[in-house]
Design a protein. Structure first.
Length: 734
């Protein structure tokens, strides 16, 4: 029983330590899971190391995260005098271990970038080596510290700073995974030496004359000294007053350097917050690491104040944000004045547009040699830039291989999330001069970094956005829209993204009828499907689908980029966008392919065609064959069904079921459309799928708003060798 009691007491102390340093631990765990377990995280690392300047910012971000993790954790440790009485070693070692672990997690993430069956073994080896390294180096450095005088320690430190400079310069110049993997452990060991020896360097001169130092501390009472005293001491603590003042004096120097380095890192961070070009320049990886430092520092400072005031300030901050949100809407959809009032209410009906579209192709339809007139309906799955790049590249290749004839038989573009961006990117090339290189224009645009600017808004400013008055700062969704509208090299797609959506309206007095556009969304409050389109969304055709443009005031408009982003608001990366009292999110919540709206169109158009044929058996509409081109980017591997833990079953069964139903609902919509086409064409398949993945392939392409050059290269190889594109080109009438 005494042994059991002692064990429980030690467990309780351990839990208290974990709770005291929980924020730092959570950031380390999140970094490990994201950068090693997700394709998106690995691709962000590849993008972050694409050049020397991004490599430099990566190192700066990492060192800032390490510094904040170690130093702010020390602040928490200094103010836990009660815990200090029972867990002195724990409070002493934990901040150092957390900073040390930041290096370890980063090294693991770099080592497992290349898929390998031995990656799990590599991770365990790195963790084991790091643990042995800490257990070996820590007492060794303590021994060096104890046996060396101040002059020797200063010499060691100065040489170490020189070595640090050489190591960092070498890593940046090499800018290779191997270089970072080999040299980061040296920085890790140097970090440990600095944090162990830094106190004795400051403390030695004071110990030589403690009374004088004590008298000096009492008499000066400088504001800076008072701040350091307040931060590093627990007023209810029972430590010796002289030791407290000696400790405070030793901390003043490092506290100043900590603030200088933090200020420099924060300048980089805030430059990224307010400048889209700078955020793209440093890329997402340094932004994530800098944000870890900013968020952890802010969280630990609030914890420090909570300890000082003996109250939970985290709760008060959350209450303040909640209360401010009652009066300050932070996620309004960006709207602009409409040039022609009620223009959206004058959009053509589906049948009216179809008849006009067919009239444009009357000569081809009436040609006696034409027995089959294919009309193409494109559906594009969501999937951020992965989907956008694949969708637009496939459409662009079909357009080029068919000598431009594909667009003449393209009736509509329907999609969700990134599929919408791909559709509109291709749409923009249809408006470009004939000599435009379609695929190059598309790929130049969609290889841009759309992630970094909204990401830096997400990991910081958006958390306190309700507290920012007068809409001085836009949210991350607006930052995503701006990313669509602003690229290094302007082209037809960039110009289209800056146009009002009313510019896409179908004017039947023109000589060229444009394809229909369907940007699928979902109303957050009740899950009702919604759509942004350049035709009128009639109730008798599209049922209860919400026509988003009718939700606008008669004098309001929105940009093409805003419309695309509205259909790509997948929380938590993008919040629901507010129009009036309605909030709209990603179309993928209800239909991730756009199949529903296509199916409803086909039902109505087929009914009209059959009526025309019944009244005139020789009507040329009998040549029409609807073809659905489904561009998808999901693996076809069957997921294994595993046993669920009883606790998960009791607490999370509804959540797991709803999450799973999103994907299955899209599959059912696609299957329903596929079977409908089989039915009307007597078993002849006109539903064709162009998938990024081959059957049996594991998910290997990142679903980010930014894609590394390595992933883009693999996608281009898949595009060049895809067996389905040639079949589609051959089926197009010339």
């Amino acid at each position: 029983m005494p042994a059991l009691k002692k064990g429980l007491q030690q467990l309780a102390i351990l839990l208290q330590l974990l709770w005291a340093f929980l924020p730092g631990i959570l950031f380390i765990l999140f970094a490990y899971v994201f950068f090693t377990g997700f394709v998106q995280g690995k691709d962000i690392i590849l993008t972050g190391l694409k050049s020397r300047q991004t490599g430099l910012f990566f190192v700066v971000g990492l060192l800032f995260w390490v510094l904040i993790t170690w130093y702010t954790s020390r602040l928490i440790a200094y103010n836990h005098d009660r815990l200090f009485q029972v867990a002195r070693k724990g409070l002493y070692h934990t901040p150092r271990i957390l900073g040390y672990a930041c290096f370890t997690i980063t090294i693991i993430a770099l080592v497992v970038l290349v898929p390998s069956e031995s990656n799990n073994l590599k991770q365990w080896m790195i963790v084991s080596i790091a643990a042995i390294g800490y257990a070996t180096l820590h007492p060794l450095f303590e021994k060096i510290k104890n046996k060396s005088n101040k002059k020797a320690l200063i010499l060691y430190r100065n040489w170490l700073w020189l070595v640090f400079t050489i190591i960092i310069s070498t890593m940046v110049l090499l800018n290779s995974i191997e270089g970072y993997t080999c040299l980061l452990p040296l920085l890790q060991a140097g970090y440990l030496f600095l944090v162990i020896t830094r106190k004795k360097i400051s403390e030695t001169s004071l110990k030589q004359s403690p009374k004088a130092a004590h008298k000096y501390l009492i008499n000066t009472r400088l504001a800076y000294h008072d701040l350091v005293v307040w931060i590093f001491t627990d007023k209810e603590g029972k430590r010796d007053p002289l030791k407290k003042e000696l400790m405070t004096q030793t901390e003043q120097n490092i506290f100043g350097w900590f603030n200088i380095f933090s200020f420099a890192a924060m300048l980089i961070y805030f430059a990224a917050v307010f400048s889209i070009s700078f955020s793209r320049y440093i890329t997402a990886l340094p932004i994530i690491l800098l944000s870890f430092g900013i968020l952890l520092g802010a969280g630990n400072i609030i914890t420090l104040f909570s300890l000082k005031q003996k109250m939970n300030l985290h709760f008060l901050v959350l209450v303040g944000i909640f209360m401010a949100g009652l009066f300050n809407e932070t996620h309004d959809v960006n709207l602009m004045p409409l040039k022609e009032t009620n223009q959206y209410h004058a959009r053509p009906s589906l049948r009216g547009h179809f008849n006009r579209w067919m009239e444009e192709r009357k000569n081809q339809l009436d040609d006696s040699s034409t027995t089959n007139f294919p009309i193409y309906f494109v559906m594009a799955d969501g999937g951020a830039s992965r989907s956008a790049y694949w969708t637009a590249s496939v459409l662009g290749k079909i357009q080029e291989k068919s000598s431009g004839n594909f667009s003449k038989q393209l009736f509509c573009l329907s999609g969700a999330s990134g599929g919408n961006l791909g559709n509109l990117s291709f749409y923009a090339t249809l408006l470009a001069p004939s000599e435009t290189n379609t695929i190059k224009t598309i790929q130049d645009y969609l290889s841009n970094d759309f992630l970094s600017f909204p990401l830096v808004r997400l990991l910081g400013p958006d958390i306190i956005l309700p507290l920012v008055p007068f809409h001085l700062l836009n949210d991350r969704a607006a930052a995503l829209e701006k990313s669509f509208q602003s690229t290094k090299k302007e082209n037809e797609i960039t110009r289209l993204m800056n146009l009002p959506f009313s510019a896409l309206q179908l004017h039947h007095d023109s000589s060229c009828v444009k394809p229909l556009v369907f940007i699928n969304c979902t109303r957050m409050q009740d899950g009702t499907p919604a759509v942004v389109s350049n035709i009128n969304i009639e109730k008798n055709v599209f049922g209860k689908r919400i026509d988003v443009l009718k939700s606008l005031d008669s004098s309001q408009d929105l940009s093409v980029a805003t419309a695309v982003a509205l259909g790509a608001r997948f929380p938590y990366f993008s919040p629901a966008g507010r129009i009036g009292n309605q909030y709209f999110v990603d179309g993928g919540y209800f239909d991730n392919s756009g199949a529903g709206v296509v199916h409803e169109m086909l039902l109505d158009l087929h009914s009209m065609i059959m009526d025309s044929i019944r009244s005139n058996p020789q009507h040329p509409y009998k040549k029409i064959r609807f073809n659905v081109l489904h561009i998808t980017n999901e693996t076809e591997t069957e997921k294994s069904i595993e046993k669920t833990h009883p606790l998960v079953n009791d607490l999370a069964a509804p959540v797991k079921t709803m999450l799973g139903s999103y994907a299955r609902q899209t599959d059912i919509n696609n299957l329903r459309l596929y079977k409908y086409l089989l039915e009307i064409y007597k078993g002849d398949t006109t539903y064709q799928s162009i998938n990024l993945y081959k059957k049996g392939e594991e998910e290997d392409y990142p679903m980010n708003w930014s894609i590394s050059d390595q992933s883009l290269g693999r996608m281009n190889k898949r595009l060049a060798a895809h067996e389905g594109i040639t079949r589609i080109v051959q089926s197009i009438n010339y």
